[in-house]
Ligand binder design. Structure first.
Ligand code: GRF
Length: 215
């Protein structure tokens, strides 16, 4: 079983997806610690309900990013976690934290990276009139929302969608690809070569999507 630490700041629906994946037969991972930098994060209740140890480490209790990140590393290592999963964790991480956890630190982002990095993704997708959006699970590198891509899902954007509608459609896919990516890593099927994540025995889908589909 691959031991996971999950870092959150809020709602925790991706954490929930990973918890729920744990109920499935042959799931090769186990969440040993959930860390939140926000004491009131609703995701903490999800972990408590599942009997998973939690720790609140508030960035406000530290003089800077480095000591805050060092406290997190200490807690993660004390729990014996081998893979760190960012799941709506809303703090930028220091280069030293990212270097320490290199290729053992993954993130989920609600766009098809490298498009739409950063915040307010769905608003920008709608403003741009993008025909597709999606989500990405990737290894973390120092530059925000970059790093080798492990899995992506694509969703169509419809003409009458607002940002919330896109967010909902994307989120449903986040909840599928985050557990998928964790499983692939836990099974030892992902390696990073020349900054590309290569997955053993993976097949790409066939077929092409065009939006507009009917004109
Ligand atoms: C998700 O959209 C994730 O892609 C982004 O932050 C959001 C977290 O949602 N990084 P939740 O807390 O997992 O519900």
């Amino acid at each position: 079983m691959l031991k996971l630490a999950v870092l959150i700041s809020g709602r925790g629906s991706n954490l929930q997806a990973l918890i729920d994946a744990g109920a499935k037969k042959d799931w090769p991972a186990e969440i040993v610690l959930v860390i939140s930098n926000v004491a009131a994060a609703p995701g903490l209740a999800r972990a408590n309900k599942a009997g998973i140890p939690t720790k609140v480490i508030s960035h406000k209790d530290f003089t800077g990013r480095e000591p805050f990140d060092a406290a997190m590393t200490e807690a993660i290592e004390a729990a014996g976690a081998e893979l760190v999963c960012l799941a709506g964790f809303m703090r930028l991480l220091s280069d030293s934290f990212i270097a320490h956890w290199r290729d053992r630190l993954i993130n989920i982002h609600p766009s098809l990276l490298p498009a739409f990095k950063g915040l307010h993704v769905h608003e920008r997708v709608v403003e741009m009139g993008a025909r597709f959006s999606g989500c990405t699970v990737h290894y973390v590198r120092p530059e925000m929302d970059t790093g080798p891509i492990i899995a992506q899902a694509v969703v169509p954007v419809r003409a009458d969608d607002d940002a919330d509608a896109v967010a909902q459609r994307v989120l449903a896919q986040e909840h599928k690809i985050y557990p998928l990516a964790v499983r692939l890593i836990a099974e030892g099927r992902v390696r990073v070569a020349n900054e590309i994540a290569v997955i053993d025995g993976a097949e790409a889908p066939t077929g092409v999507l065009v939006n507009p589909a009917k004109v």
